[in-house]
Design a protein around this ligand. Structure first.
Ligand SMILES: Nc1nc2c(c(=O)[nH]1)N[C@H]1C(S)=C(S)[C@@H](COP(=O)(O)OP(=O)(O)OC[C@H]3O[C@@H](n4cnc5c(N)ncnc54)[C@H](O)[C@@H]3O)O[C@H]1N2
Ligand code: MOO
Length: 393
């Protein structure tokens, strides 16, 4: 089974999301829970798009014949508009509310006026074409956004432009998805988290800080646990976490050894274990204990890293793996396909915007990578100039 098909199989493990209301200043990188619909037009009143002079229709007619027009005053942005007496002009600044009778705004550069200093008493327009449309340089009510426009869609990640859009509409709070809480259990008697006790035959526990930070980076809240090779102890930790998390990820203990703690604790009643046609990260498992979905990743650090980016992120983002791959142009070197499995290889964008591969798939090779390259299975290979599938990581 290829990873996309497996992702489809585990999609029923996608945790249920609830929503919360938060201040817009905290909404960056959060996922919009609802469509945001404009309840007022933007701009809410007609404004000038230029620094210049607002003319009513008869003043414009005079100005187009070269006649000087009287200027009745100034409307800076943020000031109430001054009415235009028939046949006269007012000086307006970009963003200022224009008088209701304004026909056009003529930019200051097209007049004989200085751009700074007090407003002149009179203004003459140097050159103005005849067929000006009414509303020239005036931003009409709703020109940017109309009442009822969907400005942010449910499921979109709110960017800084999104925060600005919410602020532009006068929103102080917004509804976002509540972050998921994810239990992370790394397994293995050989693991030591405290480096002072990590003498032979123990090893440093890399999966715990790696996946905990990956969970945080994906916008979720990690709850960390470590477990030895005792299946009963693991079942106990899963039950304890089950009350307070939306998803549990385990690493290690799922392949073919004599002390496969995850497999022993869960296979049969709770979880299914299988080998995917992908390298690294082939051994995988999924299941449910009570209401809580379970994902089981291999213990090898590169396998755990890739499993997180392919599968955990698909569930967190509620987006199938098939639609998460992006296209890129490959720059080389040649990567040979494996007959039985797709290969996952670290890739980095070069200065030409194409992807180069590092050709080995150790965890340290992924640490400098921008993307995970998907090299298809089979006897072919990927070469410079090919269009390839990549996943950000
Ligand atoms: N007879 C077979 N043996 C193995 C097979 C197989 O098909 N037949 N598959 C191999 C592949 S591929 C993988 S991947 C691993 C997966 O094994 P597990 O998921 O059971 O993981 P462990 O055996 O517990 O650990 C594997 C490896 O990773 C180290 N490890 C585990 N957790 C951590 C951690 N938190 N931090 C750092 N390193 C960790 C562990 O010490 C092992 O070296 O199975 C192969 N074997
Ligand atoms: O599937 Mo494993 O060692 O290739 O991660």
């Amino acid at each position: 089974m290829e990873p996309e098909e497996y992702c489809q199989l585990i999609s029923s493990s996608t945790p249920t999301r609830t929503a919360e209301t938060i201040p817009i200043a905290s909404a960056i990188s959060r996922i919009a829970a609802d469509d945001v619909i404009a309840d007022a037009p933007i701009p809410a009143f007609a404004t000038s798009a230029m620094d210049g002079f607002a003319f009513d229709e008869s003043a414009l007619n005079s100005a187009q014949t070269g006649v000087e027009v009287a200027v009745l005053g100034d409307i800076p942005a943020g000031a109430m508009p001054v009415d235009i007496a028939p046949g006269t002009a007012v000086r307006v600044m970009t963003g200022a509310q224009v008088p209701a009778t304004a026909e056009v705004v003529v930019p200051v550069e097209l007049t004989d006026a200085e751009s700074t200093g007090p407003a002149p008493d009179r203004v003459q327009v140097s050159s103005l074409s005849k067929g000006l449309r009414a509303g020239w340089n005036i931003r009409a009510v709703g020109e940017d956004t109309l009442i009822g426009d969907t400005v942010i869609r449910a499921g979109e990640t709110i960017s800084s432009a999104g925060v600005g859009t919410l602020a532009m509409m006068g929103r102080e709070t917004t509804r976002v998805q509540r972050p998921l809480t994810i239990g992370l259990i790394v397994t293995g008697d050989e693991l030591r988290t405290d480096s002072t006790t990590c003498a032979h035959p123990f090893i440093h526990n890399s999966n715990l800080p790696m996946l905990s930070s990956a969970i945080t980076n994906a916008g979720a809240i990690p709850v960390e646990r470590s477990c030895g090779d005792d299946p009963e102890a693991l079942a106990h930790i899963i039950d304890e976490l089950g009350d307070c998390v939306d998803l549990i990820i385990t690493t290690g203990g799922i392949s073919a050894g004599a002390f496969e703690v995850v497999r022993q604790a869960l296979s049969g009643d709770h979880s299914t274990f299988l080998r995917l046609a992908m390298r690294p990260g082939g051994p995988q498992g999924y299941g449910r204990r009570g209401d809580v979905p379970l994902l089981h990743f291999p213990g090898t650090p590169a396998g755990a890293f890739l499993s997180f980016h392919l599968f955990a992120r698909s569930l967190i983002e509620a987006s199938p793996l098939r639609s998460r791959w992006k296209k890129a142009v490959y720059a080389g070197p040649e990567v040979l396909g494996h007959d039985k499995a797709i290969s996952l290889v670290p890739g980095r964008f070069n200065t030409a915007g194409e992807v180069e591969s590092l050709n080995r798939s150790r965890l340290r090779d992924f640490s400098g990578a921008d993307v995970i390259i998907r090299a298809p299975r089979g006897s072919g290979s990927i070469r410079g100039g090919d269009v390839i599938a990549v996943l950000d990581c």
